[in-house]
Design a protein around this ligand. Structure first.
Ligand code: PMP
Length: 429
């Protein structure tokens, strides 16, 4: 497989964009090769500048739940664009998206739109602090909530891949109010509550961790977290930027049967446009400006074109609940196939799945928390990635990311990927 054009574009990009990319994991740096530059996508397939075809398991890191360039995203978009693409004033479609979200998430009475997952989590934390009058909050090691300062502490995703879980530029003053606990370890949370009595505004958690590969939650852990936060007068924030509208229409909270106080969303709700949202109980949300004193704003928030793409996507999902069975079936099929291949080749690897979310780790340890994730062999992952890419599969270009499938992935796509996985594992063995 030739990557001549991608490599040339990468050289050009490196002259004008730091690292040649606008988000680090795209650089393929941890897998030791230049990134592919994308020309277009259709359904489950993505095509690079050299015309190579790949089955895409990144799906724009989650937003493309219907696959690439699905007709459903674009319904009425030409007309909407021609009417005007931003006003800095409210439009009806913002109400319709808010209603759709609130309907799907009983924990939310109100929701505010932002432009990314980062803005959603940053704003939710500010709101939790403003509401409770407390300054500290708890996050979990290996969970990623975007790149705002106070959340870039012992973070996941690209920060793990590039070895900067706490980034330079995050001041000691900012980091001191971010307390870090161990995912799936309730005692580590209790300890922080004991040491910081009455000082913790909120706990923010990915209900299914998806930024250190995939780590399913222990059910007693999540229930314990809900009880503990309630007892302590602390708000529980579910960061459902990945899981929202993916694990189920009502997100991880529907699947786990837990009602958080605040929820953050992103990715799918914009149908591929830059959208995020945060919402929750009315008494908390009413603390937001202009109703209340907690300031939060955005020139392009609730952008009518982004809202139209989002509403189109959510409407399709609501009308086609079979998408969720399909995502889970794809993930199950991958899990079964990869597990069989691991057994057959004897490669030290673990396939992990929760609903439609999955990840392949190169370790022989059971994956249950951050420490077990960190036993993974990232060098082997890099070789595996290249083997899969050369066979026409775009897997996540880093060990600490999950595999995304879409409504457009077919059984045949998955079967081919399983066969390629066998060949790739054999090449590693
Ligand atoms: N929260 C979670 C759980 C995420 O996975 C991400 C991004 N992958 C974010 C927040 C940040 O979202 P964005 O990249 O849109 O800022």
């Amino acid at each position: 497989m030739k990557h001549t054009k991608s490599t040339a574009l990468f050289e050009e990009a490196n002259r004008v964009i730091p690292g040649g990319v606008n988000s680090p994991v795209r650089a393929f740096q941890s897998v030791g090769m230049p990134p592919i530059f994308i020309d277009h996508g259709k359904g489950s397939k993505i095509y690079d500048a050299d015309g190579n075809e790949y089955t895409d398991y990144i799906c724009s890191w989650g937003p493309l739940i219907l696959g690439h360039a699905a007709d459903a995203y674009y319904d009425g978009i030409d007309e909407a664009l021609r009417k005007g693409n931003t006003y800095g004033a409210p439009t009806e479609i913002e109400i319709r998206v808010a209603e759709m979200i609130i309907d799907a998430y009983p924990s939310m009475d109100m929701v505010r739109m932002v432009n990314s997952g980062t803005e959603a989590t940053m704003s939710a934390i500010r709101l939790a602090r403003g509401y409770t009058g407390r300054e500290k909050f708890i996050k979990f090691e290996g969970c990623y909530h975007g790149h705002s300062d106070s959340l870039l502490v012992k973070s996941g995703s690209g920060t793990l891949t590039y070895g900067v879980p706490t980034s330079p530029g995050v001041t000691a003053g900012t980091a001191k109010d971010t307390l870090v606990a161990a995912y799936n370890d309730l005692d580590s949370v209790k300890k922080l509550f004991d040491e910081n009595k009455g000082e913790i505004a909120c706990v923010i958690v990915e209900p299914v961790a998806g930024n250190m590969g995939v780590v399913p939650p222990d059910s007693t852990f999540m229930k314990g977290l809900r009880k503990l936060t309630e007892d302590e007068g602390t708000l529980l924030i579910f960061d459902e930027v990945i899981t929202g509208f993916r694990l189920a229409f009502g997100g991880a909270q529907e699947v786990l049967g837990i009602k958080p106080d605040l929820t953050t969303l992103g990715k799918i709700i914009g149908g591929g446009m830059p959208v995020g949202a945060f919402g929750g109980r009315r008494d908390i949300m009413e603390k937001l400006s202009p109703l209340g004193p907690v300031y939060q704003a955005g020139t392009l928030s609730g952008n009518p074109i982004a809202m139209k793409m989002g509403l189109n996507t959510l409407t399709y999902l609501k009308e086609h609940p079979e998408v969720y069975t399909h995502l889970e079936d794809c993930a199950k099929q991958l899990e079964a196939g990869f597990k069989k291949n691991i057994k057959e080749t004897g490669v030290k690897a673990k396939m992990v799945r929760f609903g439609g979310m999955s990840a392949l780790f190169f370790t022989d340890q059971e994956i249950c928390d951050f420490s077990s994730v960190m036993t993974s062999d990232t060098k082997t992952y890099a070789k595996y990635f290249a083997e899969m890419l050369n066979r026409g599969n775009l897997m996540p270009p880093a060990q600490f990311e999950g595999i995304f499938v879409s409504a457009a992935h077919t059984k045949a796509d998955i079967e081919k990927t399983i066969a390629d996985n066998l060949a790739a594992l054999k090449a590693l063995a």
